[in-house]
Ligand binder design. Sequence first.
Ligand code: URA
Length: 428
Amino acid sequence: MRDPYRILGDLRAGRALEGADLEAVARGAAAGTWSDAQLGAFLMGAAIRGLDAERTRALTLAMLDSGERWELSREQPRLADKHSTGGVGDKVSIVLAPLLAACDVPVVMLTGRGLGHTGGTADKLESIPGLRQELDRATAARLLAETGIALGLATAGVAPADRKLYALRDRTATVDSLPLIVASILSKKLASGAAAIAFDVKCGDGAFLSDPALSRELAAQLVEVARALGTPASALITDMSQPLGDWSGHAAEVREALDCLEGGGAEETVALTLALAAELGGLLGVDLGAARCRAALGSGRARERFVRWAVAQGASAAWFERPELPLAPVERVLVAPRAGVLERVATRQLGLLLGEAGGARRSVGADLDRGIALRYRARLGRRLESGEELARVYLRRADADLEARFAACFAIGEEGSAPPLVAGRVPA
Ligand code: URA
C-alpha cells in the first residue's frame, strides 16, 4: 500500500487514485495510522478535485470494509431499508418500519442523532421511556426474528472510517462534497446488508442540500453506487420547502407517527410513507401498494408491530395505552400579518430555531428538550386571512425575540403554489 505522502501528492496533482489508495485512506482513518492532518488533506483534495464514479464506489467500499458487515439479508431475504437525507418534521422512519413489518417485509434501519437543523430518529424515539436503541448484529438479528423490525443506533464497529472522516469533515469545510457524502451515507447503510434500499433525498430550503440540482445528483449517485455494490436501490426526491406533516419536535413527532400508525396523522406524512413503501415493494417484488399499506395502518396491525418492537427493546406495553409525550408549556400562536398566500417558509431556519429553543444538543453527549415543538397549520400556496393561524410553537419559557424570529420564517405574498411532495425519482 502506498504511503500517505504519495497518495496525497497524486490527489493534489489531479492524478487518478487507485482503489488501493482509497483503501489505504479508509484503513488509515479507522486504525488511526493516518494523522488528522493527512486525512484533512485527503478530504480537501477530494472535495476540490472531486472523485469520479469509479473512485466514489471504491471509497465507499473501502469505508464499508473498514468495519463490520452484518449481511442480515442472508437470514431475511426480503430485508428492506430506507434512508432519508433528513429534514424538519421527517418522522417517516417511525411509521414506515412497522408498516413494512406488518406487511411481512422485515426492515432494518440504522438511525442517527440530530444533525444541524434536522432532528435524528434516535433522538425522537428516546421520547419513549425505557427504549434501548443500541444495535449490534446479534440484537438486530434477534429483533428481526421476533418483531420484523431492527431500528436503532449501530454500535461503533460499523464503518469506523466514516466516524473519523465525518468528524473531520465538520472541521475542514468538506461536509457538502457529493462523493464524500455518498461514501459516508452508503458505508453505513450497506453495512447492515439489506436486500433493497429506498432513498428519500430532500430538496428545497429545509434540505441538507438546498440546491435542487445537487439533490438530484446526490440521489443519482446514491442509487448508482448502491447498485454497483450489489444492492437494488431507487430514490425519491421529495419536498422539504416546508416542514413535513403537522408536527416538528421530538416528542411531538413520535405522537404524530403513532397517530399515523392508527390510521390518522397528517396526510403528507402518510403519503410520503406510502410512496417510499411502494418503492421498496417495486425493488423487492412484493405488493406494498397504497391499498395494502392503508389497510395495515387502519387495522392497527402496523401499530401493534411498533409496540411489539418497542417492548422487545425495553419500553413498557402499558405506556402505549396512554402515551405521555408532553409538549413544552409555553404555547404561542403565530398568525398571518396580512391577507394573502403563504409563499415561502424558511424551513431550515425553523429547524435551527427549534434547536436554539432547546430541541438540539449544545454539545456532543448533552441532553436536549424533547418537548420543544412546532405545529404547522398553514401550507404553501394556501390563501390566508389576516390574523389566521400559520403555526404554533411550544417553548420551555417565553422569549419574545425567539417568537418574533419564528414568525419571520413565514412569508405572505400574492402568488405562491403548493409544491409537489414527490419532485422526482431515480431512475426517472
Ligand atoms: N449523512 C451522513 O451520514 N453522511 C453525510 O455525509 C451526510 C449526511
